[in-house]
Design a protein around this ligand. Structure first.
Ligand code: LLP
Length: 424
């Protein structure tokens, strides 16, 4: 495809070349691979912090980090320290954020099928907002709070019926969606009326989320326009626009910054007369570009007249996105970060499945060989968080780098870990 070196903007903010090899956070990537083994997720802490700060300064107080993109205790702490709320979509995410020391009142609790137990935990921890998604959930909240308990503050998730231009599985604001109360047939209006009347809920505002990996920020402006009169008539004091800002994964893609995304949303809101406080929940745009995954090249197999397959020591288990969404990535060798990449190959994993593709059409230096450390940039979101133990492969460790220091924040899963719940 292309022989050019990796597009540098795809790498974490602190990526640099020192003594000819790639460093992140002042740490040599090949040294990190040797020290922690491969595959390994390497996160640039300064990059994460700077995106959190950008989100807080763009939207102000109330903006939440969508932890489904990437969550571990260290990440929750960083988002919290930088002034973000944490959006948790399950009891499990809430548990991790609480374990990190994030107080409930800095969390926003999501989910289209929250269990009674999850709602109880959220209320017991005094979560800042519950984003209510259905009438059944309202029944559960009412049963838990009772007529005289303290009512949790709620936003109602409304489906604006907007088609954001992204992968089918990543669209959530189209009419055919499991999420939220549809605007059609007065359903959303009924939901708001019920929440306002209920002694078990304190109605604070409206939430929407149109999808994820959305490049066209006009989709957000359109959705804001489509829902504006509803937001105003509902008397919402807060309006959350969800997350969804796309990021560039491969050469040739470009995406808005969090600040310009916020500008688009804030001006669309003003233009449509919304007076509610605007908040958002970016996930991918905070963590995706902060990390690279480092692998070791294990096998290079030429299939004459077809292609060359280059196998690495991971695959679908730590990055299911290529097979789930057909997502593309770039690859590079940290030993020669500025090299031309004329060798086109398919990077595959070690799992027993033909769909186990890491990079469908990768460009690499012509001298790429077995034993090389290879990295895939932009793997900080929805990789570690969607990782599995398929083929009983342990999830890779997570290393945070900053100012020349590397710290292991999540250990590699061992064979013992894989047997931990297996009672025989
Ligand atoms: N808020 C809500 C209610 C959401 O459902 C999501 C993502 C976000 C915020 C954060 O969206 P972001 O800024 O990260 O786009 N596994 C898929 C992405 C699924 C996104 C689900 N919801 C992927 O790997 O692309």
């Amino acid at each position: 495809m292309t022989a050019s070196p990796i597009a540098w903007h795809l790498l974490p903010d602190t990526a640099a070349v020192e003594d000819g090899s790639l460093t992140i956070g002042g740490c040599d990537v090949i040294d990190l691979a040797e020290r922690f083994g491969t595959p390994v997720f390497i996160y640039d802490e300064e990059h994460l912090r700077s995106r959190c700060r950008e989100a807080v300064s763009a939207f102000g107080d109330g903006v939440a980090y969508a932890s489904k993109a990437f969550l571990c205790k260290a990440m929750a702490k960083i988002a919290h320290e930088e002034g973000m709320y944490i959006d948790v979509a399950t009891g499990g995410e809430m548990h991790v954020a609480l374990a990190a020391g994030v107080p409930g009142d800095r969390m926003v609790f999501h989910g289209n099928n929250k269990s009674a137990a999850e709602i109880e935990t959220a209320i017991a921890n005094d979560v800042s907002r519950i984003v209510v998604d259905s009438f059944d959930e309202m029944d559960r909240i009412e049963a838990i709070v009772g007529p005289s308990g303290t009512a949790p503050k709620v936003l109602l998730r409304i489906n604006p019926g907007i088609d954001a231009h992204t992968h089918e599985y990543l669209r959530t604001g189209i009419p055919d969606s499991k999420f939220g109360f549809p605007l059609t047939e007065g359903i959303a209006t009924r939901a708001i009326e019920r929440a306002k009347k209920s002694p078990a809920m304190e109605f604070i505002g409206v939430h929407m989320h149109i999808g994820s990996q959305v490049f066209d920020v006009d989709s957000f402006a359109k959705a804001v326009g489509a829902i504006a009169s509803f937001v105003n008539e509902s008397g919402a004091e807060e309006f959350s626009v969800g997350g969804g800002l796309g990021v560039a994964y491969v050469e040739g893609e470009s995406a808005d910054t969090i600040s310009s995304w916020a500008d688009t949303i804030l001006s669309a809101s003003r233009a449509s007369g919304i007076t509610a406080r605007i908040v958002a929940e970016p996930g991918r745009s905070i963590s995706a570009m902060a990390a690279v995954t480092a692998y070791t090249v294990g096998t290079i197999k030429d299939v004459p007249g077809v292609r060359t397959y280059l196998s690495v020591d991971g695959g679908i288990s730590e990055n299911p996105r290529p097979v789930l969404y057909g997502s593309g990535y770039e690859a590079m060798l940290p030993r020669s970060p500025l090299a031309e990449r004329p060798f086109t190959t398919r990077i595959v994993g070690k799992h027993c499945e033909s769909g186990d593709i890491v990079v469908r059409e990768a460009d690499l230096p012509s001298d790429t060989m077995v034993g090389d450390i290879l990295v895939t940039p932009v793997t900080g979101a929805y990789g570690h968080s969607m990782a599995s133990n398929y083929n009983k492969v342990g999830r890779p460790p997570v290393v945070f780098v900053n100012d020349g220091e590397a710290r292991l924040v999540v250990e590699r899963e061992s064979y013992e870990d894989i047997l931990l719940k297996d009672l025989g």
